[in-house]
Design a protein around this ligand. Structure first.
Ligand code: PEP
Ligand code: MN
Length: 352
């Protein structure tokens, strides 16, 4: 819908608008009101160059698109009924809990394997473990290719799917080749469009899901969904959206908890929402509340850092990993919240 600055376009202005719009296969239909005339664009009004050219005309005030810009990820798209299956779970049909170390310690493979068994025993549906890590300081441990073997060993021993973060194309190809089931795109790369495109292309038709974290810079809901569109447009629609806290932080927490955007996401996209309470609050003692809040908001699951012996962990684990005992209780309570949510089927856009 094109809204001019003056109540009506002049004949010359109208002709100029029509000629631009027609170049993109669209038509213009004036809608005459009492005081002003607005101009509906019929056709695919998502053509960004067309919109930019119209907005560049000095007599135009606004261009309000009715169509969604998300051709694949929109809740009304052809993929609206697309289901993502990871391991034994179809997302949306049961809570999906990913749990495990922040970082795999390549010097202590047994610790990760022990945790992986404990995650399974606690009821997790997938295991996480950072092979490569985005660290604030270049001198901090950056991860190690050798940890991939440990991650895959945990998959073989438990039979559960595994998740790890990739930050570049080299890591992407190692992870795809090794058989990682869920590729995590971290908050720092959430808007790295070349990487998102590549991830979509390299994981297309390979039964690999992508967990896309929300950028920490308070990424607007539409920007977050648009980033997931890159992965789907690359060829892989198996994308989960992961709010993980934003900055500036809330005093006392690592980030600003943002699980509350879950219903807003669910109104716009069919993509499952898996919240990360661990990086959001950043302290093991706050994680259960944040995880339960996420589930109450309608999340399809959570990704939680958990470790069989947090003080022996590296990366974030000593401060924010919960123990398998706490994880087990939490997973039981998450199942209860899942049931309680059914009382609010109309209010919460959940698929239960
Ligand atoms: C992580 O999952 O360990 C991590 C680094 O996450 P984020 O990208 O959300 O900071
Ligand atoms: Mn971490």
């Amino acid at each position: 819908m094109i809204i001019p600055k003056e109540p009506k376009l002049t004949k010359e202005q109208f002709e100029e608008v029509v000629s631009i719009v027609e170049e993109y296969g669209c038509r213009v239909q004036p809608i005459e009101g009492h005081h002003r005339t607005i101009y509906a664009v019929l056709g695919d009004e998502r053509e960004t160059i067309m919109v930019t050219r119209i907005l560049g005309l000095d007599y135009i005030d606004r261009f309000d698109a009715v169509d969604t810009p998300f051709k694949l990820m929109d809740i009304k798209s052809e993929l609206a009924h697309h289901k993502i299956k990871i391991g034994n779970i179809i997302l949306g049909e049961a809570p999906f809990i990913i749990a495990g170390h922040c970082t795999i310690d390549p010097k202590n493979p047994n610790l990760f394997i022990e945790s992986a068994h404990a995650m399974k025993e606690a009821g997790a549906a997938a295991i996480r473990g950072g092979v490569w890590k985005p660290r604030t300081m270049p001198y901090a441990f950056q991860g190690d290719d050798a940890s991939m073997k440990i991650l895959i060993e945990s998959k073989e021993q438990t039979g559960l799917p595994v998740d790890t973060e990739v930050m570049d194309e080299h890591q992407l190809s190692i992870a795809v080749e090794a058989g990682v089931d869920i590729l995590q795109i971290g908050a720092r790369n959430a808007l790295n469009y070349s990487l998102l495109k590549k991830v979509g292309q390299e994981t297309a038709d390979k039964q690999i899901a992508v967990l896309l974290k929300r950028s920490m810079g308070m990424g607007p809901v539409n920007e977050f969904i648009a980033a997931s569109e890159y992965i789907a447009a690359g060829g892989n629609p198996d994308v989960m959206l992961c709010p993980r806290g934003t900055s500036p932080t809330m005093d006392g927490y690592r980030n600003y908890p943002d699980e509350c955007i879950t219903p807003l996401l669910k109104e716009k996209t069919w993509a499952p929402v898996i919240v990360d309470p661990s990086h959001s609050v950043g302290r093991a003692k706050y994680v259960p509340s944040a995880a339960m809040a996420a589930m109450a908001y309608g999340a399809d699951g959570v990704i939680v850092e958990s470790h069989c012996d947090p003080k022996k962990g590296i990366g974030d684990d000593p401060k924010q990993a919960i123990t398998p005992d706490v994880l087990k209780k939490l997973i039981q309570d998450i199942h209860q919240i899942w049931e309680i949510r059914k009382h609010y089927k109309k209010e919460l856009p959940v698929t239960v």
